[in-house]
Write a protein that binds this ligand. Sequence first.
Ligand code: SAH
Length: 257
Amino acid sequence: MPSCGYLALPARRATCKCLPVLAFLCAILLCYWRICYCSLLEGDSEQYKGLRHRMVDQQIAARGIEDEHVLQAMRDVPRHLFVPKGRRSSAYGDFPLPIGYGQTISQPYIVALMTELLEPEKDDVALEVGTGSGYQAAVLSRIVKEVYTVEIIPPLGKAAEKRLKEAAYENIKVKIGDGYYGWEEYALFDCIIVTAASDHIPPSLIRQLKRGGKMAIPVGSPFQVQNLMLVEKSGEGEIQTRNILPVRFVPFRRKWK
Ligand code: SAH
């Protein structure tokens, strides 16, 4: 009917005029929501800081870790950025978490304990075998001068290197390779930390440890309870080992695939 057409036309025109404005407002809202959501996920919100402080108080200091540098490093490093996105809400729990390729990021307490055992100092050069997510390297890098870390699974090592670079951990170098041989080019090391369980202590790691240096390494068969060992090289080059704690780590491997 013509009368209907006559009446309907101005209304349609008004809707047409409003559409671009509406679309513009929607786009602004969408951007705002994305910025808020991303900063919550990607960045380090007050909420995550709170969780981290609670993690240090309840899981780490409460279990006897006393080194103030270690406690501070654990408070500073945003652990949630080192776990897969879908697991961020569990990042500050009292347990290890999967990081892909069958590997895990260690329980926060174990990271703190191993770091404290090394008695790291600000001028130290440290080697880590088993970069994984890069979290342990990040924690150590807050205390020592330089950290060299080796990862045998290329995609894990490359992702960790990118993550560490983006977060401006400038005193960490990542290498893809078999950490059984350490990292000859930068040896000797004041401290060595191994985050996969080996059935013996690799001789090259003993060789690359400085006199007076310390190494923390889980020793034992894969998928059974292993012993976290502290290896100390005296000023005369003698080796002493001490069992610290039964632990369970992923196996030390000699190749990928
Ligand atoms: N430190 C890591 C946890 C690593 S889990 C973190 O903070 O997230 C142990 C890691 O050791 C795994 O990524 C595994 O691939 C690596 N690994 C096992 N054997 C290795 C070897 N021979 N050389 C280097 N890395 C090794």
